[in-house]
Structures are given as C-alpha cells and as structure tokens.
Design a protein around this ligand. Structure first.
Ligand SMILES: *[C@@H]1O[C@H](CO)[C@@H](O)[C@H](O)[C@H]1NC(C)=O
Ligand SMILES: *[C@@H]1O[C@H](CO)[C@@H](O)[C@H](O)[C@H]1NC(C)=O
Ligand SMILES: *[C@@H]1O[C@H](CO)[C@@H](O)[C@H](O)[C@H]1NC(C)=O
Length: 589
C-alpha cells in the first residue's frame, strides 16, 4: 500500500468506526425504549430463555422485525481489509489408525446402570472412570462392537409438574438433569418409582427394559449384560477377567456384592432371558430380595442351565485403606472425595464405549445451548429441540454438541447469561472445522438441507469479490433488523475466529446491555480489522435463519424468537416436522 492509499484507508476506517459508534450511541440513548433486562442480571424473566432478540426482532404484533434504527450502514462484511494478521490455521491432520468402527449391531456387553435421577454427579464419575468420557466436547457418534452403555434413570414422579414449580431445589436439579440428557444422550428415563424398601426391584425393571425393550428396539445383539448402580465403582477389565475365568459355555450369572446386597452382576444373555421369564415366580418365592440375589437362590433350588458365581465386592467403609487394590467392585460410594480416592487406588483402566472418529477435526458440529433458565420456559421444549438438532446432525454425519456450563458460569461473571454462547463456541471450536451454532428456540425445518451448502456459497461469494481472507464467520441479518441475528451462526476453526471471539469477549459495554453478545459480535465484525473474515447473508430471511411469520416451505431453520416464551410454538413445529408435515403458520398468531 502506498502512503496515500494507507492514509485513505485509515480515514475510511475511522469514518466507518464513527458511524458504527454513533449508531449504537443512538440506539442506547435514553430515548430508546427502556429495556427491563438491562438493570441487573436477573434470570427470572420469561423472555430470558433466549437472548437478545427483544429489541430487534420482536415478534409481537405490528412491530414485527422493525428495528428502530434502519439508517444504519450495511455491514462491511464483504469488504476486503487487511486481514493478514490472521493467517489461517494449518489443515487439520489426522493421526492414528483408520480402523472402521464395528457397526455390525453386535456387542459384547450391554452395560445397564440404574441411577436415581438426582445422581447426576455419580453418573459423570461413572462415565469418566469406567468409559473414559470426561466431557461432551467430542460426543459419541458411533458405538463400537465392544460395549454399549445406558443409564437407567428412575424417579421422575417425585417431581411432577406442580412440584417443579413449587420447589426451587428440585427445579434446579431438573434443569441440570435435562442438560445432562441433551449433552450425553446416554440414558433411558422412566416414570416408574419404587419405594425405598423395594430398591432392588429397580434392577429387575432395568434388566427387563434392557433385554425386552432396548435390545429388540435397536435391533442389536449382545453376549452379556452388566448391571451396577451408579454409586458403584467398578473395575471393568478386572470383572471381565473374573468372568472369563469362571465362565460356563451354558451361560452364567456372576454377582459381586456383600452377603445380602449385590453391587454388580454380569449375566450372559441367555441367563438374563431365563431370569426375566421367571421374574414373577422369583418375586413370589423371594419377595424381599432383589432380582439378582433372588435368582441366585431360586436357581440353586431349581438347577438352571447356567452357572451361578458369587464374588466379593466391597461395601465402602469410609476408609480407603480397607479397599484392596485388586477389588473389582466397591459398592455404595456417594461422595466425590471418596470416589477419587478409591478409583486412584484401583487404577481403573477405562474401557472406551465409543468408536474413535478420526474425521472430527474436518467436520461440522451443530452446537446449541442445553442451559434451561430458571423460569423453566423452555424446559419442556428443550429435549425435543435437542432431538431435532441431533437427528439433523446424525443425518449428515455431523456431531451434535450441547453446552450448559458456559451459560451457568456467566452468573459469576456478572454478565447476561446469554454471553455463555461465546464461551461455548470458544470451548468447542478447537475440536471441529466448523461450528453451526443454533439457539435452543431455533429448529431445523428442512432436515435434508446440508449446511455445507451455506458455507460453500459464502466462501465462493467472498472469493468472487476478491477477498483473500478465508471466511470464518457466516451470519445472517434479517431484512428488517439493524444487526445480525446471533441465533444461528457458522464459525470456522481458524486463528481469525479465535482472535475474533476473544475480542468479542472484551466488549464490556454489552455485558449487561441489550442486545448483549449479539451486539458485541456486530460491533466487532464491522470493524475494518475484522470485516474480511465475515460473510453476511444480508437482508436474508430465508437461507440461515427464518422467523415464523416469514417462513416459507423449504426454508432451513425456523427461529422462534418472540418476546414471550417460545416453548409452545417450538413444540408445535417440532411435532409437525417429525410427522413430515409443514410447520407453516406456527408461531405466527
Ligand atoms: C420471578 O417471577 C415471578 C413471576 O413474575 C415472581 O412472582 C417471582 O417473585 C420472581 N422471583 C424472583 C426471585 O424474582
Ligand atoms: C463386532 O463386535 C462383535 C462383538 O464384540 C464381534 O462379535 C464381531 O465379530 C465384530 N465384528 C467385526 C466386523 O469386527
Ligand atoms: C410419565 O409422566 C408424565 C407426567 O406425569 C406423563 O405425561 C407421561 O405420560 C408418563 N409417561 C409414561 C411412559 O408413563
């Protein structure tokens, strides 16, 4: 650049910045409508489920989609600028072997883990210790032929709808529970509750569900079923050894436990079938026993074809010195501090429950929020909404990642919780090539549409304009809005994106001020330094993000972003989409 050209460049940039500044100044001046959400970080309001749509995409009545400041300059997203400070990341490399996952539908072991709905922490310890799953940043996409596991979660009727709203404690747990469901998708959830005195009837129900429902529904075959409570620390490789050593070709029931209480049982599939066939008889003969203990006595009297072995499992006695290092199972561990000490002592080698996905770094993850605000507005719709996104991701071979923790932590940072979106993006970005962010109230209406088409179009468009910087952020600005809608975004894993979102995080004036992180993104992306990494579908209500009133058949995503709670239209639209029908007209009343 010549000196003159450089001067011109900086003058242009300065003028542009001033315009951006003035437009914000105007929009946040006292004359603009007061926003009740700016005062404090209260998370109790129904409009709070979402984010920043209130001012700019208000879904109510005549004001629909009228921004109050239409004279703002169009974004500079497509203008070339000096982006050379942000070299693109090197192409992702793949390491390791290229072995194909075993998708034969045959598994060696189905692991069923009965767990009370409140035991979220225990389940995470089990995931980590037994299966090596530390988080959901790279969620399981394909099970391999070795093991497949499910938590059998019970106890729902202890928090009926009325209880949720009358008990803040339970409500907080439910919000976490739903987050867990969305994030890990590794549970079966049952309404059935069992009185504490019949605790081990749960094992009977869990086994019954596994053998008579889960296996046939999913058309899988297993050699054996392993069952243990989510409060048991199990050393799976040790258990496998023990079973191998004592296995009988006719099948087996191998129990670890104290005298009266089993902590874990490995049951050959044929033995499990026989036990379940005689479940009622077992109950009558041994009404006070759990199904596994009952079976071991029942079949001792009426010799079965399979072999019964009892092994010692240790009941946790609150003293790690009493735990033998070669113990296969320690039962009834309720505290994390104990769990840590015991699992350290047992040096358990995790058994991966998942086929490794070598292509993750070259792939897309559909990223969404699994955070339910305290008003519970989206509680009911959250799971179906996540399911819609998961189905979409599966269909195209993409990953589905949901995150709540980054939203929850914003409370401690004194920002509007919706800022958690930026943290979630930063956290998940390194694991993929592209992130496809969707708000919880945005759903995929056209499951066949490949989001890569939207990326390709944006990339080609910028190339055609002579922009050298690669596209790292793709967003849409609705026709009648004055800024992007951050409910649906595409983010590429580049140096540019890392620097961009780090910059967005610094925009303190938007921490508590509407439109929060959305306005911060808009502010940064319009600065000359950043604009060349952005492609904006400008004035486009149909490619990436469509509001219900503008929805036309074939549109990709419907974003229910009204002023009130969008749970009802989201559920209605999802029901239509699931039935293969059009969601036209929903949410437009
Ligand atoms: C939350 O909102 C409800 C309904 O507006 C209100 O009755 C309740 O007092 C609020 N709770 C808090 C903690 O502000
Ligand atoms: C898949 O795993 C099952 C169970 O471990 C095994 O029986 C089967 O042979 C495996 N199939 C392939 C193709 O590796
Ligand atoms: C579980 O409980 C809910 C709420 O009471 C009810 O709507 C639902 O139908 C029940 N599901 C089953 C499978 O019984």
């Amino acid at each position: 650049m010549s000196v003159a050209a450089r001067k011109l460049y900086w003058i242009t940039a300065a003028v542009f910045l001033m315009i951006v500044f003035l437009s914000y100044h105007k929009s946040t001046a006292p004359s603009s409508p007061p926003d009740s959400r700016t005062a404090h970080n209260d998370i109790n309001k129904s409009q709070n489920y979402d984010d920043n749509d209130g001012d700019y995409t208000s879904g109510d009545g005549d004001n629909l989609y009228t921004g109050d400041n239409k004279d703002v300059k169009p974004p500079a997203g497509n203008k070339p600028a000096d982006g050379s400070n942000y070299p693109t990341s090197p192409p992702p490399t793949t390491a390791g072997t290229n072995t194909q996952p075993n998708t034969s539908g045959k598994y060696d072991t189905l692991v069923v883990i009965p767990s009370s709905w409140t035991q979220m922490q225990n389940r995470q310890w089990v995931r980590e210790t037994v299966f090596g799953i530390r988080d959901n940043l790279e969620p399981c996409k394909k099970d391999d032929g070795n093991i497949i596991y499910k938590f059998y979660i019970y106890g729902r009727s202890t928090w009926g709808k009325s209880t949720i709203h009358s008990s803040e404690y339970n409500q907080a747990l439910v919000r976490d529970l739903y987050g867990e469901f969305m994030e890990f998708n590794d549970n079966y959830f049952t309404n059935a509750t069992v009185p504490a005195t019949e605790k081990h009837a749960i094992w009977g129900d869990a086994l019954d569900w596994a053998v008579n429902t889960y296996i046939p529904t999913n058309k899988i075959q297993v050699n054996k079923v392993l069952i243990f409570d989510s409060t048991a620390i199990v050393n799976l490789p040790k258990m496998e050894e023990a079973v191998k050593a004592s296995a009988s070709p006719n099948g087996y029931l191998h129990i670890w436990g104290s005298d009266s209480t089993p902590f874990a049982a490995m049951i050959s599939f044929n033995a499990a079938e026989q036990i379940l066939e005689h479940r009622e008889e077992l109950k009558v003969d041994h009404p006070t026993k759990d199904i596994v203990s009952a079976a071991s006595t029942f079949y001792a009297e009426k010799p079965a074809t399979f072999k019964i072995t009892r092994a010692t499992g240790q009941l946790w006695a609150s003293n790690v010195e009493l735990v033998a290092a070669d113990t296969a199972v320690v039962g009834q561990v309720y505290q994390l501090e104990d769990w840590r000490r015991i699992s350290e002592k047992l040096t358990i080698k995790p058994t991966p429950a998942c086929a490794v996905d070598q292509n993750r770094k070259k792939n897309v993850a559909l990223l969404t929020s699994s955070y339910i605000y305290v008003d519970m507005c989206m509680a009911e719709a959250s799971l179906p909404s996540a399911e819609n996104k998961r189905i979409y991701a599966d269909k195209h071979g993409y990953d589905f990642v949901a995150r709540a923790a980054e939203f929850a932590q914003e409370e401690h940072r004194g920002r509007r919780l919706v800022w958690g979106k930026i943290g979630a993006i930063q956290k998940v970005l390194p694991h993929y090539e592209w992130l496809f962010w969707m708000d919880m109230d945005a759903i995929v209406a056209d499951l066949d549409k490949d989001v890569r088409e939207i990326i390709d179009f944006a990339e080609k468009a910028n190339v055609a304009k002579g922009i050298k910087e690669e596209v790292s952020l793709i967003v849409a600005r609705p026709k009648r809005d004055k800024m992007l809608n951050a409910g649906v975004m595409l983010i590429k894993n580049t140096e540019w994106s890392r620097a961009f979102f780090a910059e967005v995080q610094t925009r303190a004036p938007w921490y508590l001020k509407s439109s929060y992180e959305q306005a911060a993104i808009w502010e940064v992306m319009n600065e000359p330094k950043w604009s060349s990494g952005v492609y904006i579908y400008d004035g486009d209500d149909h490619t990436m993000n469509t509001f219900p009133k503008l929805y036309e058949k074939g549109n990709f995503v419907i974003h229910f972003a009204p002023a009130g709670c969008p749970s009802v239209p989201v559920l209605a639209a999802l029901a239509k989409i699931k039935a293969g029908e059009s969601a036209y007209g929903i949410g437009t009343e």
